[in-house]
Design a protein around this ligand. Structure first.
Ligand SMILES: NC(=O)c1ccc[n+]([C@@H]2O[C@H](COP(=O)([O-])OP(=O)(O)OC[C@H]3O[C@@H](n4cnc5c(N)ncnc54)[C@H](O)[C@@H]3O)[C@@H](O)[C@H]2O)c1
Length: 333
C-alpha cells in the first residue's frame, strides 16, 4: 500500500478536481504532501462545486479552464509528474441527449491530455477513470476485467473508447498509464441536486430534507457501492504502482445491496425521509444495466488495496458531512 512518503513533493494535476472524486483526491494528495493543481471549468451540467476545496484552497493551485482547450491543457501538464483525469461529462442520461459533447469531453479531450504528455521529454504518469457500466449487462457475475464490454449508454461507451486510447498510449508510446473502473461511488463532496449524477448521494440529500426517496420499480436491482475515501486510495495506489501500468482495473467494494435495501438503510441512518416506489421512466429502462456484481480481486493482488469502509460507516460520514452544508450543495457552483 502507499505510504505518506510516496507523494511528498510530487506535482499532481487533477483534472475535474472541483468535482466529487477529484476534490476528495485533492484533499488526500494535500494531506500526503503533494504539490496539487486542480484543473476544472466548473461545467454546470456536472457535479463540481467550489465548496469542495474548502480547507485546502490555500494549498491547491486552481486553473479554471476547459480540458478541450489544448493550450491550457499543455501548460498544466508541463509542470506535472502525474495526471489524474477526473474530468468528464458524467451523466448517463445527459449523454443520451448530447452524445457529441460526451465524446468531446470524455474521449477527444483525453487524447489532448495524452498528446500533451507525449510532447514532454520525461515520463508523466496518467490515470484515467472509467466505470463498471462499460460492461453493459453483466452475464458472468462477479464480473472480472476479462468480461466483454457492450455499453448501453453513450457515457459508458465514451469511457470504453477513452480507456482503449489510454492503454494504446501505454503500449505504443511507453506512457505509464492505468485505468480504474468505478461503480456507484458515494460520500462527501458529491452533487446531491439530481439523481443523474449518482443516486446514492441524491437519496441522502432527499432524506436530510425529509422528502421521499423514489425507487424505480421494485428496487431489486443490485448495486456495488464504494465509499469515496476507499476509491481515492485505490486511485493513488494504482497510479503509483508500476505493476498496474497498462492495466484497466476495477476498484469497488465487495458487498452489494439492492437499491431498495439501500434506500431503507439511508432513511434508517438519517431518521428522516420515506421510501416510495415509482414506475421506471422509459428513458431509464433503455440504459439500465440490471444487477451487477464486480470483482476487485485483480487490484488487490497487484497492490494490496481493498475497500474497507462499511456501508454503515460510509453513510454515517456522508450524512454528517451534508447535514450542515445542504445549502452549499443545493445551490451548486
Ligand atoms: N461518481 C461515480 O459514482 C463514478 C462512477 C464511475 C466512474 N466515475 C468517473 O469518475 C470521474 C469523476 O466523476 P465524479 O463523480 O467526480 O463527477 P463530477 O461530475 O462530480 O466531477 C466532474 C468534474 O469534471 C469537470 N469537468 C467536466 N467537463 C470539463 C471540462 N470540459 N473541462 C474541465 N473540467 C470539466 C466538472 O466541472 C466537474 O467538476 C469521471 O470520469 C466519472 O466518469 C464516477
Amino acid at each position: 500500500m502507499i505510504t505518506t512518503a510516496d507523494l511528498i513533493g510530487m506535482r499532481v494535476l487533477i483534472t475535474g478536481g472541483l468535482g466529487f472524486i477529484g476534490s476528495n483526491l485533492a484533499h488526500r494528495c494535500v494531506e500526503l504532501g503533494a504539490d496539487v493543481t486542480v484543473y476544472d471549468d466548473l461545467d454546470p451540467a456536472c457535479g463540481g462545486n467550489v465548496a469542495n476545496l474548502a480547507g485546502v484552497e490555500r494549498h491547491v493551485r486552481l486553473i479554471r479552464a476547459d480540458i478541450r482547450t489544448r493550450e491550457d491543457v499543455g501548460a498544466a501538464v508541463h509542470g506535472s509528474d502525474i495526471v489524474f483525469n477526473c474530468a468528464a461529462y458524467t451523466s448517463h442520461a445527459g449523454s443520451m441527449k448530447d452524445p457529441r459533447k460526451t465524446d468531446a469531453v470524455n474521449v477527444v479531450a483525453v487524447l489532448g491530455l495524452l498528446d500533451a504528455i507525449r510532447a514532454e521529454d520525461r515520463p508523466i504518469r496518467f490515470v484515467q477513470l472509467g466505470t463498471t457500466t462499460q460492461l453493459g449487462s453483466v452475464h458472468d457475475s462477479p464480473a472480472t476485467e476479462d468480461h466483454p464490454e457492450f455499453p448501453l449508454d453513450v457515457y459508458s461507451a465514451s469511457k470504453t473508447a477513452a480507456e482503449k486510447y489510454v492503454l494504446v498510449h501505454g503500449t505504443a508510446f511507453g506512457i505509464p498509464v492505468t485505468a480504474i473502473r468505478l461503480s456507484n461511488v458515494y460520500g462527501p463532496r458529491a452533487s446531491i441536486r439530481t439523481a443523474d449524477l449518482g443516486f446514492v448521494n441524491y437519496f441522502i440529500g432527499l432524506a436530510l430534507m425529509g422528502r421521499d426517496l423514489t425507487v424505480y420499480g421494485d428496487g431489486s436491482q443490485v448495486r456495488t457501492l464504494t465509499y469515496v475515501a476507499d476509491v481515492v486510495d485505490a486511485i493513488i495506489t494504482a497510479g503509483l504502482t508500476p505493476a498496474c501500468e497498462g492495466q484497466a482495473l476495477f476498484a469497488t467494494a465487495t458487498t452489494t445491496q439492492t437499491v431498495r435495501e439501500l434506500a431503507h438503510a439511508i432513511v434508517r441512518q438519517i431518521g428522516r425521509g420515506r421510501v416510495r416506489s415509482v414506475p421506471w421512466p422509459p428513458e431509464r429502462v433503455a440504459i439500465e444495466v440490471g444487477s451487477a456484481a464486480i470483482s476487485s480481486d485483480r487490484i488487490e493482488q497487484l497492490t494490496g488495496w481493498r475497500a474497507t469502509t462499511t456501508l454503515h460507516e460510509g453513510l454515517a460520514r456522508t450524512s454528517d458531512y451534508y447535514r450542515t452544508r445542504l445549502d452549499q450543495y443545493l445551490s451548486q457552483g
